[in-house]
Design a protein around this ligand. Structure first.
Ligand code: SF4
Length: 367
């Protein structure tokens, strides 16, 4: 791809998006180089409304960080602690079950479970955690672990990904989270997370989940050292994988937050960049049904704008203390009430709708 630094005339690309044609890598790069945010928003909104109308979904969920101990040292990560370091923790299964018990009566649709790569927790701990949560919360979907954690479980258990995914699923796991994708380009991974699994392994593990009938998420951590070309490459790798296995139900762009980590000298991506990333993701990813704004990271005000730049899903009603982005300097609220989120959606001209973990609509509120 070799294009001028700015290319504001994107009318031909908008016309092709309007016609429902698949956009190319060159198109994606021209969109990133364009300053025509109004045109981008128009096109992304058109695609979004064609797919989902005015509806904006959200889920009543909780976050479980079972541990923040990790042997790895990804440069953008503010979450991890070394074993024994002040602030490090690894929660016993019994303590987690006690914490989760009230969710049974609170209509919690989904538990989002993530941690680090703990050097001494045994593989059995994760299976027991899932079994115990499944017993305690039979009606709650357990969305757990990144592909990076699953790869770690393979190493702990000396089993292959298919076996580990089957055992996790039998223990209660319903879907995989999308973390660990960062930016797929090897140049970027070498700079910011050199020890992490590569794109091929990430997609291999998600493909195994998809073959088993599980739906998964996929993310993109942008706004650090990646180029526009590497953003486009990342999004198109997702599109190619989705053509093959079809199990990604949502794409989640996440802006890098620069506090308390080794890349803290970098500025936070601007709101304009955030909106561009949402809009271009929606335009390029014609085969991934949903585009999520994770308001915990993006902020509620930007989340409202994102609803007219391609986003159709907001995450979520979160009550438990969120660590990953708040440790990295996010100033967003730790929680928002369901009525607060619905008002935010209605004020953006959309119709709020509660969903389950598989994006089945549970009800529709009137705008
Ligand atoms: S991003 Fe994940 S793997 Fe990397 S240091 Fe943080 S917790 Fe560990």
């Amino acid at each position: 791809m070799s294009l001028p630094a700015t290319d504001s005339d994107i009318s031909d690309i908008i016309a092709r998006a309007e016609a429902g044609q698949r956009l190319s890598a060159d198109d994606g790069l021209r969109l990133f180089r364009s300053q025509d945010i109004a045109g981008l928003g128009y096109a992304a909104n058109l695609v979004r409304e064609r797919m989902h109308g005015d509806r904006t979904t959200y889920i009543v969920n909780r976050y479980l960080h079972y541990s923040n101990v990790c042997w790895d040292t990804c440069k953008f990560c503010s979450f991890y602690r070394k074993p024994g370091e002040p602030g490090s923790f690894a929660k016993p299964v019994e303590q987690i079950v006690e914490w989760a018990r009230p969710f049974r009566d609170q209509g919690v649709q989904e538990l989002h479970i993530v941690g680090g790569l703990h050097p001494s927790l045994k593989y059995d701990y994760y299976l027991e955690l899932l079994r115990a949560l499944r017993r305690e919360l039979p009606g709650t979907s357990l969305k757990g672990f990144t592909a990076v954690e699953v790869d770690w479980f393979c190493r702990l258990s000396r089993k292959d990904a298919r076996t580990v995914m089957r055992e996790l699923h039998e223990a209660g796991l319903d879907s995989l989270t999308g973390g660990g994708a960062e930016i797929f380009a090897p140049r970027v991974r070498k700079l910011v997370c050199p020890n992490k699994i590569d794109a091929a392994r990430y997609f291999e593990i998600h493909a195994v989940a998809h073959e088993m009938g599980l739906k998964t998420q996929v993310t993109m951590l942008y706004g650090h050292v990646e180029t526009d070309e590497e953003r486009v490459d990342h999004i198109l790798r997702v599109r190619e994988q989705q053509d093959r296995t079809g199990g990604f139900q949502v794409f989640i762009p996440l802006a890098y937050h620069p506090e308390n980590n080794a890349l803290g000298y970098l500025p936070r991506a601007t709101g304009l960049t955030d909106l561009k990333v949402y809009a271009i993701s929606r335009l390029l990813l014609d085969n991934v049904p949903h585009l999520k704004c994770y308001w915990i990271s993006a902020g509620l005000k930007l989340a409202q704008l994102a609803l007219s730049h391609g986003v159709d899903d907001l995450d979520g009603i979160v009550y438990e203390h969120e660590r990953i982005f708040h440790d990295a300097g996010s100033r967003t609220p730790q929680q928002v009430s369901e009525e607060g989120l619905r008002k935010l959606i209605r004020d953006a001209g959309r119709t709020p709708c509660r969903r389950d973990a598989r994006y089945n609509l549970l009800e529709t509120a009137q705008a």
